[in-house]
Design a protein around this ligand. Structure first.
Ligand SMILES: Cc1cc2nc3c(=O)[nH]c(=O)nc-3n(C[C@H](O)[C@H](O)[C@H](O)COP(=O)(O)OP(=O)(O)OC[C@H]3O[C@@H](n4cnc5c(N)ncnc54)[C@H](O)[C@@H]3O)c2cc1C
Length: 266
């Protein structure tokens, strides 16, 4: 027996877009979010590649355009598995069964360890640091996320960015912005480094799909009947952008609505 028609795991751009689209079909999904609605986008300093936002908008402002689902539970989903014709969801909130699942769980940061540096000095996102001020920050990484984090932090801190390479993989407009920001210094080809004198260290050295709560069986042979979808950053390899995540969420919702209609028709 099942108690839900659709469960969505994650309330980032992909999960919120899926929930909004399902609502158009009169379907009221149950959404689980283990942190706060908005996902990784809450860390983005200035998004300029989202349709309608070409003048630049912070991730925090952009996410306000996404309606919040009516039913959202702040709890971490710890296990998703298939049982006969439904799915079982385990979370901090209990266990329930659902006819279909949309996974929109995004990514997790790759963690680093630095000899002599305790873990509590290393941060992997900036949404809680940006807005505070004072002191020196080391950002580790040479990609877009590292540069974006540095720009966010430069309103309150002096920032040094250390990279293994030469920043040539970063988006040119972001690199230009960093170069023009007085409180940011770039240190290419400066890693590995054994110690950092900065007060705070922010690591942006890659991310990987956050799918460890999905059963091995579901991950290795996902059902193709329309009842199970993975959307957004968790299923997009290196193509991790908000517009793509939103499109995936809408598509997953449309396919899920089609599946539920078939089930209802028997
Ligand atoms: C610094 C930075 C700058 C960026 N700038 C841009 C930009 O300019 N333009 C652009 O298009 N994109 C940008 N991005 C990328 C963009 O933020 C992501 O592509 C987008 O947020 C992906 O959406 P998503 O919903 O797939 O995943 P996420 O946003 O990661 O959301 C996933 C959600 O699922 C939740 N979750 C995960 N596991 C569970 C679980 N087991 N149970 C319950 N909840 C769970 C998480 O807490 C999270 O809220 C940037 C990212 C960063 C880090």
């Amino acid at each position: 027996m099942y108690t839900e028609n659709v469960v969505i795991v994650g309330a980032g751009p992909a999960g919120l877009a899926a929930a909004q689209q399902l609502k158009l079909y009169g379907i009221d999904p149950l959404v689980y979010e283990c942190d706060e609605p908005g996902g990784l986008l809450l860390n983005a300093c200035s998004v300029i590649n989202y349709p309608g936002a070409s003048k630049g908008i912070s991730g925090k402002e952009l996410i306000k355009q996404f309606p919040l689902p009516e039913r959202i539970v702040i709890s971490e989903v710890t296990d998703v598995s298939r049982k006969e014709r439904h799915y079982q969801i385990h979370s901090g909130d209990g266990v329930l069964n659902t006819l279909s699942v949309i996974i929109a769980s995004g990514t997790k940061p790759r963690k680093i360890s630095i000899p002599g540096v305790t873990g509590d000095r290393i941060h992997y996102c900036v949404k809680k640091l940006a807005g505070s001020s004072g002191g020196l920050v080391a950002v580790i990484g040479g990609g877009d996320a590292a540069l974006d984090y540095a720009v966010s932090l430069s309103s309150g801190y002096t920032v040094n960015i250390y990279a293994r390479g030469d920043f040539s993989k970063a988006v040119p407009h972001l690199l230009e912005r960093v170069r023009l920001t007085r409180k940011i210094a770039l240190y290419p080809e400066s890693l590995p480094k054994n110690s950092f004198s900065e007060d705070i260290i922010v690591a942006a050295v890659g991310r990987h799909a956050r799918v460890n709560f999905i059963s091995e069986k579901l991950l290795s042979s996902p059902p193709v009947d329309g009842s199970f979808h993975m959307c957004g950053d968790c299923g997009n390899g290196i193509y991790r952008q908000t517009a793509i995540a939103v499109g995936n969420g809408v598509e997953a919702a449309m396919k899920t609505a089609g599946y539920l209609k078939k089930v209802e028709a028997g």
